[in-house]
Design a protein. Structure first.
Length: 122
């Protein structure tokens, strides 16, 4: 499932609040919603929102760690899979860059996806 599809199927905070106010609007005044159930619903929404924020933070932390590791490759000799030849090539990393949200190493005049690097030497 794509990120867009997942975002479209998940309830947002606004969807939850709309649902909650509709529920309150149409409840029977002679039999109001149980307060414990109401508080439980609000707690669940708060917990889901916190988990979404935590997920986003972990994603940012992972990206930062990946960039940090990439920076350590600058000046090192690497052996990498060359998709054009189907074999291994070797070269020195001159810089690290982000290419379409993915970390890439500049080796000579080539932009190499960091995942294609097979070995690193000083």
């Amino acid at each position: 499932m794509s990120t867009t599809a997942a975002a479209n199927t998940a309830l947002s905070k606004m969807d939850f609040l709309t649902l909650l106010t509709t529920q309150l609007k149409y409840q029977d005044p002679t039999a109001p919603t149980d307060q414990e159930a109401f508080i439980g619903q609000i707690s669940q929404m708060s917990m889901v929102e916190s988990m979404q924020e935590l997920k986003a933070s972990f994603g940012q932390m992972l990206k930062l760690q990946e960039v940090s590791q990439g920076v350590n490759l600058v000046g090192k000799s690497v052996e990498f899979f060359n998709p054009d030849s189907g074999g291994l090539d070797r070269g020195q990393v001159s810089e690290i860059t982000m290419n379409d949200g993915k970390l890439a190493a500049v080796v000579g005049d080539r932009l190499i996806d960091i995942n294609l690097i097979k070995s690193i030497s000083a």
